[in-house]
Design a protein around this ligand. Structure first.
Ligand code: ARG
Length: 463
């Protein structure tokens, strides 16, 4: 039954219209819809817009519906146009005609905008927790990695010697920023649109700041038209999900490469890899491949939610019903990817081979720089050594102190110790660089953040 039946309409809705316009996807908003309604009827009672007995009866009925929502026993009907209609219908079944007072000084336009924001606040917190879980797994693996040294890569060519832990922690810091982006977004998401009505507010003396406070939100809207028309906070949420998925996709790409026999850096647990139906030897990193693939679908969600708003006249338009699918999909995809990658990383055993000897070339050049040789010249000297050794099929590993000095008198025989990748890491002193001290400091900072120093975990106590 539609909410508009019996007024100006003599005909009921055609089946075609119903099939096209009613979309059960918003059933996911059931719980937050009820919470918003409880806050609304309490405010109506306090403002004397309905009498306090009626407000209490409505709130009792809504709390019963909340229980049904939480327990999963709430029964939707095909004839419920949307989640808001379903709740009002069910409230009527529970408390009778008085349910008709629920929608006093409210429209589905401000109601759905509120529901979406309440959903986004929860989803934001859940994803911050998911991010922290994966950060924790990366930090634990960094601790386990100890003094394992690997090459860093630029252009997918071996570059400098770095602790494996430093590489793993690079991802942890990306995820920290993803978490803080969600935290920042909550300051904007947490503005309540309830009380904006259909678009212009109400002639009844409602108190939007009271409902905002009851719902634990930061504040209420300043402009009713903006409140019902805008979905930028939903787009911001999907953007936060997209950037996090891009980071997960890059992590996944590394994990996939590292698991190849060509790299041979890592073995994942059987429980987190898949076999092949045809090739008995295969152990595939499907979790990482799917996280990488699904990043594309979340970028699609971002395109959808942005494009949805483009060209809409003020204020609410039914197009906005389409905001839910990209929000829910981006949320589910990020949450699922975080959970699966946390498991995959947790199961990882790292056993990378030693880097190529050349990863210490820059260290050798920096030895000369310490002796006052201009860097450009030092680069040239070491480049010549690399070229000469390569021509003979040799590497730094075949060089001794005397041969090094023979290349350039400004070297000392002891400098040969600097061509060792471990020595390279040991001599690294620049702040934030790939040294063991830096890694220890990063682990301590990240552990502190995981212990609760992250504002994203504490900022908001909205329902
Ligand atoms: N199902 C609608 C949505 O998601 C709810 C708001 C409907 N408002 C209206 N005036 N028809 O956007």
């Amino acid at each position: 039954m539609s909410l508009w039946a019996g007024g100006r309409f003599t005909d009921g809705p055609d089946d075609v219209l119903w099939r096209f316009t009613a979309d059960p996807i918003d059933r996911r908003l059931l719980h937050v819809d009820v919470l918003g309604s409880i806050a609304h009827v309490s405010m109506l009672g306090e403002q004397g817009l309905i009498d306090t007995d009626d407000a209490a009866t409505l709130a009792d009925g809504l709390r019963q519906i909340e229980v049904e929502a939480v327990e999963g026993t709430f029964a939707f009907h095909d004839s419920d146009e949307d989640v808001h209609t379903a709740v009002e219908r069910r409230l009527g079944e529970l408390v009778g005609d008085i349910a008709g007072k629920l929608h006093t000084a409210r429209s589905r336009n401000d109601q759905v905008a509120l529901d979406l924001r309440l959903y986004l606040i929860r989803a934001t917190k859940r994803n911050i927790d998911g991010l922290l879980g994966l950060i924790d797994a990366l930090v634990s693996k960094a601790e386990e990695a100890g003094d394992i040294v690997v090459p860093s890569y630029t252009h997918l060519q071996q570059a400098q010697a770095v602790p494996l832990a430093h590489h793993l922690l690079a991802y942890a810091w990306m995820l920290v920023r993803d978490g803080s982006r969600f935290t920042d977004a909550v300051s904007r998401i947490g503005i309540s649109p309830l009380g904006a009505g259909a678009s212009g507010g109400s002639s009844l003396g409602i108190d939007p700041s009271a409902t905002a406070a009851a719902l634990g939100m930061n504040a209420s809207f300043s402009n009713s038209m903006d409140a019902v028309a805008s979905r930028d906070v939903a787009a911001e949420f999907v953007w936060c999900c997209s950037q996090a998925m891009i980071h997960l996709s890059r992590l996944s790409e590394d994990l996939i490469l590292w698991a190849s026999s060509e790299f041979g850096w890592v073995t994942f647990g059987d429980a987190f890899t898949t076999g092949s139906s045809a090739m008995p030897q295969k152990k595939n990193p499907d979790i990482a491949e799917l996280a990488r693939g699904r990043a594309a679908t979340v970028i699609g969600d971002l395109t959808t939610i942005l494009t949805l708003q483009k060209g809409l006249p003020m204020t609410y338009n039914r197009d906005l019903q389409e905001d839910k699918r990209p929000v829910f999909h981006a949320d589910d995809t990020l949450s699922g990817s975080l959970e699966a990658l946390t498991g995959l990383i947790g199961s990882a055993e790292f056993h990378p081979p030693a880097p190529d000897a050349w990863v210490t070339a820059l260290d050798l050049a920096e030895v000369l720089v310490e002796r006052g040789v201009p860097f450009r010249e030092a680069h040239h000297v070491v480049g010549k050594i690399v070229s000469s050794l390569s021509a003979d099929g040799a590497t730094f590993a075949d060089l001794d102190g005397a041969a090094l000095v023979a290349f350039d008198q400004r070297f000392h025989p002891d400098d040969i110790s600097r061509v060792d990748p471990i020595a390279s890491v040991t001599h690294r002193v620049s702040p934030g660089g790939a040294s063991m001290e830096s890694v220890e400091g990063q682990i301590a900072a990240l552990r502190q953040l995981l212990a609760g120093a992250d504002p994203g975990r504490q900022s908001d106590n909205a329902v």
